[in-house]
Write a protein that binds this ligand. Structure first.
Ligand code: SF4
Length: 695
């Protein structure tokens, strides 16, 4: 249809291609049939995108302390206060908290400004809450944060194992692709999730494991694979290291199957069936998501899964591999440019040769030398008065962070808070300076989805009011802080070329993230860029499966990591006897600032509902429809109760979406535990001990 723009959905990590057009003052969207990630499909959220474009509630002008200000005045103040904080208290007294909603170009400029020129690595992203444990697990096993498979592998697999992933609701189009393939080839689907989710309803086998017992389950599988002779000795010898230690700990942790069944609290016959299917199916893809990552032991859970794929050589091959699916549209792009506090840029870390390389590339002698504060610690530093200036971009931590009440306190105590966003949120209430950012449909740049595919998000409506793209706002502040030579950008294409060039700079193949062939794209080619899967090396075919035989550790070998089953950071007890799980609903996105505007999306779940196991509901004298208070050691939430047989006894589930804007304090963030994984810094959002009482 004429006038349609090829763009990408701004919600989940599937990264569907969207055709959008503005006609008669209305935005119309449909799935892009040419996009290789979705081939024209969209889910309920994506197909309602056109109904979320109203300007009601949009931030249209800069504000200082709630009063409208000019861009010059606002940006002068931001630059002056950040400069002053650095001068008086050092570079580590400032920080950025950014978002998987940012485009890669925005992320790149934010990271370069803070790490390269202000000289601190205190930039972290809300992706920390989403997939940081997968990043840490990938780096341990593979030597680099690599997702080795593509969506088509799901369609070529004979067994798909979903671990801690409600794919049907959280990555709906990928789930549709899986179901369509299953119709054709009879793919078996196993769901491992304490909750009987929509994905579990559809599965051939659902293992409703005890929350957090994933390491035991996969250690038991590793021991079973070794005992069954399915491990691949030639492959292990040629391409891995650490097998004996990993197997020994797995065998000690899971000495026999009955111990595993008891520890995971699943029926022995179901466990045996899962192990047998995995053992007998070379084409196995294991999809893992927030149910694995959001844990104080998330990195170990990831490595327990990776171990089973590596020892069988089921990685980087058609229809086989471990597959971390990301929650946000550009969590991967953020990882690629260094949007996490413990990464530098272009998949490099803080080792001396990498610091030297990035410092020379950016001409940045003041480059941060050590990792910065991860999300939970960043807000703790603000609360403790150590962080003097904080800039939050495109995210709502006052609701979405664990122990959100403490985060609101932190924002209240920080000397200077800047928020750039598209609408007012609980977080914008704390802003000294509020900057109106460009929204989806107005901004333009690139995103990378869960299968490493880079797509263009394109503008198709004019910028409203005085809104500006994040990369332009950041570049203006950088120039005002005295870094004009390093931030000359006048277009997003310039930024993308520089990012691509950095991935290829002195990269002889040791880093798989290589976009060298895109580093000299003409502006017109950038504008017309079709979706492309990385690596995009000069002189090589782009994309494809990775890590079949060569890994990114210096010796080229994968690491098999010994892991041990551990309990939750805070077990249930007499005061807080219920284990609270949290997650997404089918039709909502994050804190609902966009999807909450669409009546037909709201009708799926018009209010926050707590699903509570029948046994406890009866024990507490509660019935479906009761208004209940959910209380943890960290905060309270209000919700409507639903007695549920989808919950294991002793467990409950609360959606993550609601905030003070839509209901009395009810988001799962209000009660969540800020305990984090020691390696990844990812909070334990999936297991919070609570008590539930009639409100
Ligand atoms: Fe958007 Fe994800 Fe739905 Fe695709 S599956 S339309 S990316 S929300």
């Amino acid at each position: 249809m004429s006038g349609e723009v090829h763009t990408a959905c701004p919600y989940c990590g599937v990264g569907c291609g969207v055709l959008a057009r503005l006609e008669g003052g209305k935005v119309h969207v449909r799935g892009d049939p040419e996009h290789p990630s979705n081939f024209g499909r969209l889910c309920s959220k994506g197909s309602a995108l056109g109904e979320t474009m109203a300007l009601d509630g949009r931030l249209l002008f800069p504000e200082i302390k709630g009063q409208r200000a000019s861009w010059d005045t606002a940006l002068d103040l931001v630059a002056q206060r950040f400069t002053q904080a650095v001068r008086d208290h050092g570079p580590d007294s400032v920080g950025f908290y950014v978002s998987g909603q940012l485009l890669t170009e925005d992320y790149y400029v934010a990271n370069k400004l803070l790490k390269g020129f202000i000289g601190t690595a205190n930039i972290d992203t809300n992706s920390r809450l989403c997939m940081a444990s997968s990043v840490a697990g990938h780096k341990r096993a593979f030597g680099e944060d690599i997702v080795p498979v593509s969506y088509e592998d799901l369609e070529q697999a004979d067994l798909v194992v979903l671990v801690g992933s409600n794919l049907a609701w959280c990555h709906p189009v990928l789930h549709q692709r899986l179901l369509a393939a299953r119709e054709k080839r009879g793919t078996k689907v196993v769901v491992i999730d304490p909750r009987r989710s929509a994905s579990a309803e559809d599965a051939d086998l659902h293992l409703a494991i005890r929350p957090g017992s994933d390491v035991l389950l996969f250690n038991g599988l590793l021991a079973h694979l070794a005992a069954s002779g399915v491990t691949n000795p030639a492959y292990i010898a040629a391409h891995t290291t650490g097998f004996d230690a990993a197997l020994a700990l797995a065998q000690a942790d899971a000495p026999d199957r009955s111990r595993v069944a008891k520890g995971c609290d699943v029926h022995p016959a179901d466990l045996a069936r899962f192990y047998a299917w995995f053992e007998q199916t070379p084409r196995t893809v294991t999809v893992y998501s927030q149910g694995v990552n959001q844990s104080a032991h998330g990195t170990d859970k990831v490595n327990a899964i990776l171990n089973c794929h590596i020892v069988t050589g089921r990685i980087g091959r058609e229809g086989a591999g471990p597959f971390s699916v990301t929650g946000q549209p550009n969590a991967m792009g953020g990882r690629e440019v260094g949007g996490l506090a413990n990464q530098l840029a272009a998949h490099m870390g803080f080792a001396a040769p990498e610091l030297d390389r990035v410092s020379r590339f950016w001409n940045a002698p003041n480059l941060a030398r050590t990792p910065g504060l991860k999300a939970v610690n960043l807000f703790e530093a603000a609360r403790a008065g150590r962080l003097k200036a904080l800039w939050i971009m495109g995210t709502n931590p006052a609701v979405s962070m664990p122990d959100a009440g403490r985060v609101r306190e932190a924002l209240g105590r920080c000397d200077f808070v800047v928020v750039s966003d598209v609408t007012r949120t609980d977080t914008t209430r704390h802003a000294d300076v509020l900057l109106p950012a460009a929204a989806w449909g107005e901004k333009d740049g690139t995103v990378t989805n869960s299968e490493r595919r880079i797509s263009r998000q394109r503008a198709f409506v004019p910028l409203p009011g005085e809104c500006r793209p994040d990369w332009a706002i950041l570049s203006d502040v950088a120039r005002r802080m005295g870094f004009a030579a390093a931030f000359p950008y006048r277009s997003r294409a310039e930024i993308f070329r520089e990012h691509a060039a950095l991935t290829a700079f002195e990269n002889d193949g040791e880093r798989l993230l290589d976009l060298g062939a895109l580093s000299d794209l003409a502006d017109a080619d950038y504008e017309a860029m079709a979706p492309v899967q990385w690596p995009v090396r000069r002189g090589a075919q782009p994309g494809g499966r990775l890590l079949a035989t060569r890994f990114a550790h210096p010796d080229g070998l994968a690491r098999l990591v010994p892991v041990r089953q551990e309990g939750p950071a805070r077990p249930v007890d007499g005061d807080y006897p219920i284990a609270l799980n949290s997650g997404r609903l089918r039709d909502q996105w994050h804190t609902m600032t966009r999807t909450g505007l669409v009546p037909r999306l709201m009708s799926h779940a018009p209010e926050p509902v707590l699903d509570l196991a029948r046994r406890e509901a009866q024990g507490f004298g509660l019935e479906t429809g009761d208004l209940v208070q959910v209380e943890s050691a960290f905060g309270q939430a209000l919700a409507r109760l639903r007695v549920s047989d989808a919950q294991r006894p002793g467990e409950a589930f609360l959606p993550m979406h609601w905030s003070g804007l839509f209901a009395a304090r009810a988001g799962a963030g209000a009660v969540s535990n800020p305990a984090t994984d020691a390696l990844s810094g990812q909070p334990e959002l999936k297991h919070v001990p609570v008590r539930i009482t009639q409100a």
